[in-house]
Write a protein that binds this ligand. Structure first.
Ligand SMILES: Cc1ncc(COP(=O)(O)O)c(C=O)c1O
Length: 359
């Protein structure tokens, strides 16, 4: 079976984790600080705050920007549910804007129609490793005085004209094992804003500035040194991993562009292919089944847009977002991860092409 995702853990990661185990300092300590500095440098920002997951990074970023009850945050309905759930966690309301079918990302031309006096922030999601149209999004935010929180959970190292995602607004990353780099579980908030960084650090640790004195209600969203050691070893390899993903995607597109709808990359955008997502307009689910039978792992990201999830239906969401809804029926992700061999790539192309002529 060619799996849809495969974390690449080498000797460096193993040695780094064992060194932390031997040090006796297991929870948040010097490795977390080192990882934060290195990740901030990657993104080209002044601060990075490590967290226990991508979900808690989003939660922390919203709290650090004082977003809460009565506020609305505009985001994409075509994402992992954590993006919108984090908005609910702080008592604010997610407002969904449909996506652009060429990028699967929020369509900037539809955002302004959904801005109200309650809108406090925009949360674009760089889905599959493909940067959102940040020039247009930042211009809208500036016009309306809005905060921008980038969900960059899937886009480590992605950039626009060389500027990294996570440096436009406040960035939130995930290090879940399927991601372009991993810490097992873990996340990061990136920002150039000293106050946001300071608030995020305090909120991450029970609102505690002086030991056992708590200025406000905080959380335990800390990362451990074990995770940070793993993260530092992975970060050192991120460029190699991303370049391999990009090369794999290029090969797949060259060989599949006449067979299925392949991903599009805008000029000047660095798409880091967390997922390689094609569209199959008819019989998508049959194709998934047959690919599995032929030993090719696939993923459907995502089979139901957020506004149609039962939990959101329960909250009264009745939006009609036709592009997101259509994409949920048509998308199919193929393996693109750096562990693929040339033989794997050829096999994927051969099987997809053959099945496409049948289904
Ligand atoms: C777009 C997006 N946002 C948020 C998250 C949440 O990250 P985590 O699973 O680390 O909590 C993920 C990852 O799964 C994601 O893909």
């Amino acid at each position: 079976m060619i799996p849809i995702a495969q974390p690449l853990i080498g000797q460096e990661e193993k040695e780094a984790v064992i060194a932390v185990l031997d040090s006796g300092m297991l929870a948040q300590g010097p490795k977390v600080e080192e990882f934060e500095k290195a990740f901030a440098a990657l993104c080209g920002v002044r601060h990075a705050v490590a967290t226990s997951s991508g979900t808690t990074a989003l939660h922390l970023a919203l709290l650090a920007h004082n977003i809460g009850p009565g506020d609305e945050v505009i985001t994409s309905p075509f994402t992992f549910i954590a993006s919108a759930n984090a908005i609910l966690f702080v008592g604010a309301r997610p407002v969904f804007v449909d996506i652009d079918e060429s990028s699967y990302n929020i369509d900037p031309s539809l955002i302004e129609a959904r801005i109200t006096p309650r809108t406090k922030a925009l949360m674009p999601v760089h889905l599959f490793g493909n940067p959102c149209e940040m020039e247009a999004i930042m211009a809208i935010a500036a016009r309306h005085g809005l905060i921008v929180i980038e969900d960059a959970a899937q886009a480590h190292g992605a950039s626009i004209q060389g500027r990294k995602v996570g440096s436009f607004g406040t960035g939130c990353f995930s290090f879940y094992p399927t991601k372009n780099m991993t810490t097992a579980e873990g996340g990061m908030v990136t920002t150039d804003d000293d106050q946001v960084a300071e608030k995020a650090r305090l909120l991450r640790n029970h609102g505690m500035k002086k030991r056992y004195y708590h200025d406000f209600l905080g959380y335990n969203f800390r990362m451990t040194d074990l995770q940070a050691a793993l993260g530092l070893a992975q970060l050192a390899k991120l460029e190699v991993f991303n370049e391999k993903r990009i090369a794999n995607a290029r090969y797949l597109t060259e060989h599949l562009r006449d067979v299925v709808i392949t991903p599009q990359v805008r000029d000047g955008y660095r798409h880091v292919f967390h997922q390689y997502t094609i569209r199959v307009k008819e019989n998508r689910d049959l194709m998934v089944e047959q690919l599995r039978e032929q030993g090719i792992g696939t993923g459907i990201y995502y089979p139901l847009p957020v506004h149609q999830q039962p939990v959101y239906q329960e909250l009264g969401y009745t939006d009609c977002l036709p592009v997101a809804e259509a994409m949920s029926r048509e998308v199919l992700s193929l393996p693109v991860h750096p562990a693929l061999s040339q033989m794997d790539l050829e096999r994927i192309v051969e099987v997809v092409s053959r099945l496409r002529s049948l289904v």
